[in-house]
Design a protein. Sequence first.
Length: 108
Amino acid sequence: MTFQVACPADLAPGEARAVDLKNEAGEEITVAIIRDTVGDWYAIDDRCPHGDVSLAEGDISEACIECWGHSAEVNLKTGEATLPITTPVRTHPLKLDGQNVLVDLEVK
């Protein structure tokens, strides 16, 4: 695993931000860094596979984010989602290092 700095660890519970990162193949990927309402941190692909909108702009609850485009809910731990999303959203390993959020965009 190769972790890279994604952003400062300054999100309050219930906040998210979209960041552009590059994976090991050099491809740019927009990732949503999310701190859920209980304070847990997650990293998922930012684009909704159904409506191509930013998931970082959705409503956040405990381990879940709701896509604002059509109200589907994405489980932040597994990437599984409710209809109309029919494919899981890719999740990424995340860790905190001091004041930074680190994400691994390992090519799978």
